[in-house]
Design a protein around this ligand. Structure first.
Ligand code: PMP
Length: 357
């Protein structure tokens, strides 16, 4: 059969053929993986213990509403529990927010380049999208994002700090943007990397979500809390939004091991957040060395740095791989490098230093 003949039998949506699938960071045995913004330290003993206890009950479905975790997160944030929704990773919540708010005639606005799932989600859900280019400094262009909002816009993602550039928008500019966004538009502050922020002028989205009627915050246990392998994230949003989220949820999405590990991680929050402080210090060291070498790394507030390498991006990532370091390449644009342990960062810096610029 020739390639353009339509085979008989099951058909999938034609528009999915044009959709690029999400490409996860590579894993290569024997290489240091700095490609997925994970923390490189393994789980705490207390978290492993909680996982073991939860595993003893896996013959039972988990608590579908993740009640205990929800109540804990609500108390920490100072909001009613009804305003907290737990998801199977915050990426699932991104998709569920779009499902809960948008019909096929509606649109989602987001900056580009930003989190790779933002363009994929609206297409999968079947709603419109508008991408707004970052500024030349790799930062969200909030004025242009405001201008991109139309009567069809239902949701705006603001990734703060931004993946993959690490840049963050500050309090005054974000407040001004929020003042101007029409109240029927939900602004989702995706704060997957919030715990690595050291600039005091970068706002805490939770505070904004408490003050405003159209702001939601996304957080995750995957990064600072080191639970990427268990898939737990949460959204704090107006009650009308979390109520709708619960309707689009897949039942029992967050398993009992994940729920238990997230709670044990909250018990150990002080220790885990201190670790984020150390990662932020390493970030400054790595950025400094790279900038001295001429890589033009924008200021990062996350646990990764961005190297704007343009057409030489793939060549650089292949060079790193030859030196047993895996970085994340966005072809034609740049490389994102996760901050690992000091030894891992040194291995990356050595690879970068041996690259012929
Ligand atoms: N938002 C942003 C900005 C991210 O970078 C990521 C992960 N790469 C996520 C959300 C999703 O994280 P998770 O599903 O692991 O919670």
């Amino acid at each position: 059969m020739s390639e353009d003949e339509v085979p008989a039998g099951v058909r999938v949506r034609a528009d999915l053929a044009a959709l690029p699938a999400y490409v996860p960071g590579r894993t290569v045995s024997g290489a240091i993986k700095l490609a997925s913004n994970e923390v490189s330290a393994g789980p705490l003993p207390s978290v492993l213990e909680a996982i073991g206890s939860a595993a003893a009950e896996i013959n039972r479905y988990p608590d579908s509403g993740a009640t205990a975790l929800t109540e804990r997160l609500a108390a920490r944030a100072g909001v009613d529990a009804e305003r907290v929704a737990i998801g199977c990773g915050s990426v699932t919540l991104c998709q569920q927010l779009v499902q809960a708010l948008c019909t096929p005639v509606d649109e989602v606005v987001f900056a580009w380049r930003s989190f790779e799932m933002y363009p994929i989600v609206p297409q999968v859900v079947g709603v419109g999208q508008r991408r707004v280019p970052l500024t030349a400094g790799h930062v969200h262009d909030l004025d242009a994002m405001r201008a991109a909002i139309t009567p069809a816009t239902r949701l705006v993602f603001v990734c703060n700090p931004n993946n993959p550039t690490g840049t963050a928008v500050r309090q005054a500019e974000l407040e001004r943007f929020l003042d101007e966004v029409p109240e029927h538009v939900l602004v989702v502050l995706d704060e997957a990397y919030r715990e690595f922020v050291t600039d005091e002028q970068v706002p805490d989205g939770l505070t904004l979500a408490k003050q405003r009627r159209n702001v939601a915050v996304l957080r995750t246990f995957s990064k600072a809390y080191g639970l990427a392998g268990l898939r737990v994230g949460y959204c704090i949003a107006p009650a009308v939004v979390t109520e709708a989220l619960r309707k689009v949820f897949v039942p029992f999405g967050v398993n009992r091991i994940a729920q238990a590990a997230a709670q044990a991680s909250l018990d150990a929050a002080d220790e885990l957040l201190a670790r984020c402080g150390e990662i932020a210090q390493e970030r400054e060291r790595v950025s400094g060395v790279l900038n001295e070498a001429g890589f033009a790394v924008p200021p990062s507030q996350a646990n990764f740095v961005w190297l704007p390498l343009g057409e030489r991006t793939t060549e650089f990532s292949e060079h790193c791989l030859t030196n047993k370091v895996i970085v994340r390449a966005f072809a034609g644009d740049g490389c994102r490098v996760t901050i690992g342990s000091p030894e891992e960062n040194d291995a990356f810096l050595a690879a970068a230093a041996s690259w012929q610029r």
